[in-house]
Write a protein that binds this ligand. Sequence first.
Ligand code: ATP
Ligand code: MG
Ligand code: FE
Length: 338
Amino acid sequence: SLILAIETSCDETSVAVVEDGRIIRSNIISSQIETHKKFGGVVPEVASRQHVESITWIIEEAVEKAGIRLQDVDAVAVTQGPGLVGSLLVGLVAGKALAFSLGLPLIAVHHIAGHIYANRFVQELEYPSLALVVSGGHTELVVLEGPGQFRIIGRTRDDAVGEAYDKVARALGLPYPGGPHLDRLALAADGAVQLPRAWLEPDSYDFSFSGLKSAVLAALNTARMKGLDLAADHVARGFQDSVIDVVTEKAMRAAKQFGAKQLLLAGGVAANKGLRESLTERCRQSRLPLVVPPLELCTDNAAMIAAAAHLKWERGEFAPMTLKAEAVLSLEEWSVKS
Ligand code: ATP
Ligand code: MG
Ligand code: FE
């Protein structure tokens, strides 16, 4: 099958053509980072306008790069949510128009299912498996009971990991999005500021990062008042160590409890070098196979949306033309029918 997928949930406009849910024929990603940088974050109105400006040529480019004709496509997939409604809407309308004019089925995709199934491009997935989702808006431990069957066993109670990275990076004066800059600073650091770890209740798989973020801001303020200068790389290292300790430990514990055959890393923060190293080491010790998407498939892209859409394609679960964009959407409810 050839699935054409569209992703516009935040500030990347992306269109991909994927064969059989695992061969990427094209994956065009147009990032709006340069636009949003001057505001220090994504401005929804601006994002939505820019999606409108680029969606048509990105669809054309994805089709051309894939070496196919639009008539060769078997289904059109779109990200339905979660995300910014004004942004989602642009992709949704484009997807509906394509599906309608070509007489093709429309497939609605959950953005986080996409992040998780980015791992399908690396290797065949085995079940049950455990996904550690760490992105700009989500931090979750998800048990995959079967293909496309999701059960969330833990989630953040406040900030998402990516969000915490971006906020701490901003306090350190790093450019938006700060995650990759903070990662680089932390890895090169020759020392670390000691910061707290939020383990929550002993048996909980939930997370909390707002306390850590506040601790960083308090340390920076205290130092400033005393006229001292906290080395930014020491702050970055302390912050990154705290995040990695907690997410790695909880993921390993959950993988064991739920009998996971693989640990899947997913979401934009999956690009984090420190996190990849820590999980690689722990999984090696526990003889647990670790699957990590290549860097370009960690952050938002449409290929991952096509990979998740393939689960629904196989079962003929299609969306009606009345499909609506959803800012909030349940991953568990999006699961394929068993
Ligand atoms: P969601 O997927 O939850 O809707 P999103 O789509 O906005 O959120 P992603 O594109 O998945 O988020 O990921 C972007 C986030 O990943 C940003 O917060 C960014 O700072 C972070 N990120 C990217 N690379 C790194 C890195 N190397 N280290 C830490 N964080 C990173
Ligand atoms: Mg983004
Ligand atoms: Fe994302």
